[in-house]
Design a protein around this ligand. Structure first.
Ligand code: GA4
Length: 334
């Protein structure tokens, strides 16, 4: 039996582990944004998996590397310095603790608000200790990724014939859009002692959950870790690709399509050998927006599967849940 020293035990806190799966997902839908059939592929992927990867997105690798480098620089700074940017209530630096209800993971992160009004005024975030350079790059990145998310939502609008293809994208372009952005750092295993104690299991970086918003856009370095849950309940690993963006459907878009699109359950397992750095934009509607099925997707006589709610009501309720809870369950009609 391996006896762990106190610092290692402190390091682990209540972080869960799990057996790594050998299931590499080779069937990820790939959407070429320059393809004239892209909208068809996007809608199919949202229905089948709630997940797809985007190529030919036009964002330069050089820019992505610059942002990643600046993020790594922040995460490499002394712990005491980083703590000055926290706690994430709701925005700022967080270490291991995720959300307000006791969830933990092998992760440290920075959470930003990306309200467009706030960004266009080029206002500094309410987070102390963030360099001008990092803030500038985050600002630029969020604008690029939000445009990409709008493009995708417009293709969805067009394909679903929702009348006015910008009906969905408008919600995240709105100056009151309640969107956010997170930079995650999943450190590699800090010692051979811990590695040995894990005996082949992986530390859970970010536990299983669905995203409450409409749509999320993720970009990571070339370290694996992201897993998604397929319709049949199996967990599969998504091979990393630092040149592309991964999109996933959030709970709100599932509701707006009356369950046709799938808000995909996902999680991140830490890689014991290489740090993983990811950045995710969560496109959310304005707080007052009613989240209800779009009339164009409904068949004649079809009823909504969900009770009526606003994004504000859903968000409030989500923040009372644990990460892995079925948040939407509370709003399903019985
Ligand atoms: C999941 C998606 C986003 O990362 C996030 C998360 C938020 C947080 O980290 O504060 C939540 C989680 C997320 C859903 C349930 C609540 C809130 C942690 C948590 C336990 C920023 C978000 O919007 O919802």
């Amino acid at each position: 039996m391996v006896v762990l020293s106190q610092p290692i035990l402190d390091n682990l806190a209540q972080i869960k582990t799990c057996k790594p799966t050998s299931n590499i997902f080779t069937g990820i839908p790939i959407v070429d944004l320059s393809d004239t059939n892209a909208k068809k592929h996007i809608v199919k992927a949202c229905q089948d998996f709630g997940f797809f990867k985007v190529i030919n997105h036009g964002v330069s690798m050089e820019f992505l590397t610059r942002l990643e480098t600046e993020a790594v620089k922040f995460f490499k700074s002394p712990q005491q310095e980083k703590e000055k940017s926290g706690p994430p209530n709701p925005f700022g630096y967080g270490n291991k603790n995720i959300g307000p209800n006791g969830d933990v993971g092998w992760v440290e992160y920075l959470l930003f608000s990306t309200n467009p009004e706030f960004l266009s005024n080029n206002a500094r975030p309410e987070i102390p200790g963030i360099s001008e350079t990092l803030w500038g790059l985050v600002n630029e990145y969020v604008c690029l990724v939000r445009n990409m998310a709008c493009e995708v939502l417009e293709m969805i609008g067009d394909e679903l014939k929702i009348g006015g293809k910008d009906k969905l994208s408008k919600m995240i372009r709105d100056e009151k859009s309640d969107s956010c952005f997170r930079l995650n750092h999943y450190p590699a295993c800090p010692s051979s002692e811990l590695l040995q104690a894990l005996s082949g299991r992986s530390l859970i970086g970010f536990g299983e959950h669905t995203d409450p918003q409409l749509i999320s856009v993720l970009r990571s370095n070339n370290t694996s870790g992201l897993q998604i849950c397929l319709r049949d309940g199996t967990w599969v690993s998504v091979p990393p690709d630092h040149t592309t963006f991964f999109f996933n459907v959030g709970d709100s878009l599932q509701v707006m399509t009356n369950g046709r699109f799938r808000s995909v359950k996902h999680r991140v397992l830490a890689d014991s050998l290489k740090p993983r750095v990811s950045m995710i934009y969560f496109g959310g509607p304005p707080l007052s927006e009613k989240i209800t099925p779009l009339s164009s997707v409904m068949e004649e006589g079809e009823e909504s599967l969900y009770k009526e709610f606003t994004w504000c009501e859903y968000k409030k309720s989500a923040y009372k849940t644990r990460l892995g809870d079925n948040r939407l369950g509370l709003f399903e009609k019985s």
